[in-house]
Design a protein. Sequence first.
Length: 113
Amino acid sequence: MKYMLLIYAEEKTKRREEQDDCKKEAVKLAEELRSNGHYVAANPLEPVATAKSVRIRDGKRLVTDGPFAETHEQLGGYFLIEARDIDEAIAVARKIPMAANGTVEVRPVIEFP
């Protein structure tokens, strides 16, 4: 089963060298997941300032800047993995570097045939 591990953290809270260390740890984790068959995909996302939210209301398209919800943490990236069950997916999520000071949401993916 596939699980989406959504990584939430506050933007601009880390110094450049901390960001570089986090990136190195994430790449190392991706390589580990690739070697043990869990890896499907992983990518960081551009800052929320580059995001647009799209809604359809009364048949009209509404496009607004940024994420839909205002929160202190923003969606910053993801891992898409294969895991036997939710417990195995959680075990992978706890290895994500941003779990130490952000939040990693673990969500099963519905796959269409």
